[in-house]
Design a protein around this ligand. Structure first.
Ligand SMILES: [Zn+2]
Length: 454
């Protein structure tokens, strides 16, 4: 049966919204988009405000949400933050991880996010021994996304070493806090992920590969993970050049940058996404662009962790595809991620207007869908996934916006709470600003208390 939605305004691409758009949906696909319909046709679901393709959150660690409010203050840096993060990781089990991840994914739904890439590395028991089902944790994450009503690309992460230090002889063994992340070898990782892919893949769930970083994975193992993904047409993601110390350790051990290690191991291609790339130099940026790879910028996390401002302008100039992630969930608000990409450049360069609202909106939608292996998502057109989010114009932030200004207002001023409707796969997940099945704040509070209580 065909469902019809009438959008007061819809973003169909370009710098402005279009007035009066009917979206026809059959099952989980858009079957027609018709512009120039000034009055809602009878039977069509009214979507007051600006309707966009559902947002795509290309980089998430769901359990980091439990750290919000607990790690922002005080001194320190990425490395001191990491110690706190490991403490929460040590408390997770398949049951509490399911509850926490479901609440976090439901928070994403409220923010207009229809698909998330979960960079998942908490695989085993805290001492490193397997659960009876070696994929108990990944299965819990997949169930959490399904029950929160959003799409998931589960980026199952290869994590083998505790660090990289030339002075200490190269790769270090996993530390006790990291034991549960590791599979022992890339081949054992591939066997486990193959089983996971065969059990959880479906209309709302896809499996991709991830390589934690060049600190945690050696070049031959990078090749195993990349080959696994390529043979299956799956995306492969890497944390890369997030920190100056990572570049220094990599240069000391390998004589080249992290991006070049990945390239030399065969890991750089159009299905590759490098997360952060904050300290990628000009040569790195050219390699990324030449490969047609994506970079996932996570500016609210990068500034929270004092990582630095990523080279978004250089990456775009060299032809890299850009997308966005909320990563540590310091906030879950892709409008804020998008505007920060541009506003950071203004603050650093004394120039305005590098990325327009349409380019930033594309990062938050089609760019993320591409990086997560859903190329049929992220646009409002015939044949695309029936995934769309509507931003109300009635909030104090959006009041006064019209067809000419609504896209700029949403990207530069909206908050995630201005999203009041979300459809994913043809199903309504958020209606009138409320999740249809999850009491999000209550479930977040309960799940976070469970993993952080003394
Ligand atoms: Zn990350």
């Amino acid at each position: 049966m065909t469902a019809h939605y009438w959008c007061e305004l819809a973003w169909l691409g370009g710098p402005r919204a279009t007035q009066g758009v009917v979206i026809a949906v059959d099952d989980d696909r858009i079957t027609a988009v018709c512009a120039g319909v000034p009055v809602r046709p009878e039977g069509a679901v009214p979507l007051a405000g600006l309707t966009l393709p559902a947002l795509a959150n290309a980089h998430s660690h769901a359990f980091h949400r439990a750290l919000r409010g607990r790690t922002h203050a005080g001194r320190g840096n990425f490395w001191t933050w990491r110690d706190l993060m490991y403490r929460v990781a040590g408390r997770l089990d398949p049951d509490n991880y399911y509850r926490l991840a479901r609440a976090v994914f439901a928070e994403m739904a409220l923010a207009g996010i229809g698909v998330v890439g979960e960079f998942h590395y908490v695989h085993h028991r805290p001492d490193g021994a397997s659960y009876d089902d070696p994929n108990a944790m990944g299965t819990a994450v997949a169930a959490a996304a399904r029950d929160a009503g959003i799409r998931l690309t589960l980026l199952d992460t290869l994590y083998l070493h505790g660090g990289l230090d030339a002075a200490l002889g190269g790769y270090e063994p996993l530390r006790p806090a990291q034991a549960r992340f590791g599979d022992g070898s890339a081949d054992r990782w591939a066997d486990r992920v193959e089983r996971l892919a065969s059990t959880v893949s479906g209309p709302m769930t896809r499996i991709g590969a991830a390589v934690h970083s060049v600190r945690a994975v050696d070049p031959p193992s990078i090749k195993v993970a990349t080959d696994w993904a390529r043979e299956r047409g799956a995306p492969v993601h890497f944390h890369a050049s997030e920190q100056p110390a990572e570049n220094e350790q990599c240069l000391g051990a390998h004589g080249v940058t992290p991006v070049e290690v990945i390239a030399q191991a065969g890991g750089l291609g159009s299905d590759t996404t490098l997360v952060h790339a904050t300290h990628a130099d000009d040569r790195d940026q050219a390699m990324i662009g030449e490969a047609g790879a994506s970079c996932c910028l996570c500016p609210t996390t990068e500034r929270d962790l004092a990582d630095g401002i990523g080279p978004s302008v250089g990456l775009a100039r060299h032809g890299a595809e850009l997308c966005l992630g909320s990563d540590s969930h310091a906030v879950v608000d892709l409008f804020q991620e998008a505007r920060t990409v541009e506003l950071d450049q203004r603050a650093a360069s004394n120039n305005r207007g590098v990325f327009g609202a349409d380019a930033l909106a594309a990062m938050a939608t089609s760019g993320g869908c591409r990086a997560l292996g859903w190329p049929e998502g992220g646009r409002l057109e015939e044949g695309a996934l029936a995934d769309f989010a509507t931003v109300a114009l009635s909030s104090v932030r959006m009041a006064g916006a019209d067809a000419d200004t609504a896209l700029d207002a949403a990207i530069f001023a909206a908050a995630s709470t201005d999203v009041h409707h979300l459809v994913v796969g043809g199903r309504t997940v958020v209606r009138d600003g409320r999740h249809t099945t999850v009491d999000v704040a209550a479930e977040l509070a309960a799940a976070i208390t469970e993993v952080t209580a003394p």
